[in-house]
Design a protein. Sequence first.
Lengths: 198, 477
Amino acid sequence: MNRRKALKLLVSAAVLPALTPEAFSLFRGVHAQIAAVPGLKTLNPHQNATVTTIAELIIPQTDTPGEKATKVNEFIDLILSEWYDDADTARFLSGLADVDLRSQNSFGKKFVDCSPAQQNQIMKALDDEAIAAVKAESAEKNTNNGPASTPSNFFRMMKKLTLVGYYTSEVGFEDELHKSIIPAGHAGCVQIPAEVAK
Amino acid sequence: MAGKVYDAIVIGSGISGGWAAKELAENGMETLVLEAGRSIIPERDYVEHVPTWGVKFRGLGDRKASLRDQPIQQADEWNAKFFVNDRDNPYTTDADKPYLWLRGRQVGGRSIMWGRQSYRWSDLDFEANLKNGIAVDWPIRYKDIEPWYDHVEDFIGVSGQAEGLPQLPDGKFLPPMEMNCAELTMKEVVARRFAPERVLTIGRTAVLTQEHRGRAACHYCGPCYRGCITRSYFSSVNSTLPAAQLTGKLTIRPFSVVHSLIFDSKTRKISGVRVIDGQSREAMEFHGRIVFLCASTIESARILFNSATTEFPDGLANSSGVLGQNLMDHIYHGGAEGHLSGHEDKMPLGNRPNGIYMPRFRNVKEKHPDFLRGYGFQGDARREGWARGNDLLGFGADFKHMLRAPGPWKFSFDGFGECLPNPKNHMELNKEKLQVGRERVGAFQRYGSDCCRDAGSGGRDRYCYRQNSFHPWRVYP
């Protein structure tokens, strides 16, 4: 049983006065599964669950695997543990806590426990604020938004890390972008292939 | 080995050292190449095909290690091992006059990670000092060096498009790499609006577009600066050193840090070199009839400074006093970029390790009123990739789907210009470091050495490079 299926079940269960025993055991199972992820150095099980959920909402499973199949959460934990300065990691974690604060204020529960519709609503607000921050920053100065720079807004950090983690994974590179290390050929220009354009 | 006298000793195995070794060995001379760094075995050391998921930080680089160990070097997560550790190889500059000294210390030197763009000088360049009344006139003209350009290009393989420009002589080119459709559009626009002064051509690059002298054509994987297992770009390791080895006349000795040259006061000639073994720290000498100094601009000057004798207290080949002066660099990073509309249904195939070139157009025919000489532009057009999503609104299935397709065409131009020689731009040995060094070097004090063996630093010298600010001409857009 994957998390998405469990969440769907939980969503349907949420309209009921109480969790059915089946949904309740699934809910616990999902959390136990996440808590059991070995090797995380910074994210605690709840933070990890939140990061995993947000990342999957940014890059969901479609006709190709999504963020979860590529373990973006582990990549984000690595960046928080060994790449960011401590201040950036603290800012990220405080931004993550703020996501729960928003969901508590709006819906009275933690982000991971919200319905997909509720999660989307929070994500939309976070995304709007992040892009407003991008615009404000680039209006202020000609910023370098290269892959190695660290944004100041939490959701920008989160989105950037999700994209890097996903598209630099084998699944992202080969299945999603249809790229290969050694290209099939070379030419100045070709028609965009159907599998990329579709 | 004791008492052996080589026909020739070459110090350094980079682009010039590799060429010296090949020419000497092929002419029947028993040649010893001394390289300060380690050996490079392509099958073991090249990393161009390691995917992003094969490196720890997915290509973002080990940021904290880079800040600590290589704040000067410009390496990526894959090729950091081809650049020196800045902590182990310190130098100082005036605080307000930084100088980025990029160094590779291994067999092949910086030819492993070089930019591969290969352009000929013309008489516009050779006559510039004479005409401008600056520095010293070149003792040669284009006709003198043309056969040597041919000789080198014929061996290394340079792909490019002949354009018949007086300021940028054509070479013996392999077939050019293709421009993409956005670059072809830009070429037309430039031709329409700026002809005949400005021309857009494909970069002339030492990357093979067809099999050449036993080396395979480029397979367009992209990151040449991480190595090339098919040896399709020119480097000493891919090209000249194997040719020299074929003669049976070549000996390459890695981990051989050259301290100084040995001047024989009786014969008035250099009779050999003093070496410190980079691993054992043992001091040793090698003897040869001739010595080629190919250790890079700064290291070669350092070796000459270090070779001072009582007769030549300011260093060898320095009776003029200009040793270490007039250090030159590029003017770099002036340019422009922008998006180009059209060709939305097209994309380049493969990762072309080359771009476009706009040759110098200033002061070619008409004199610019405000400045001397000129500059060229390198650049390219490419479709933006998934990273554009970092700063775009959106998330979810539609967002992911949008990022699967290539983004807008982005065109960029980067200016490359020359500096004028200035004696204030100079290097000198660091006398303070010398004291520290002497306490540590032991056996090498007898050479009056500034050359210090810092335990654990892998056989590297400590000395100082001091440089005054450059005085460039202005770059006009």
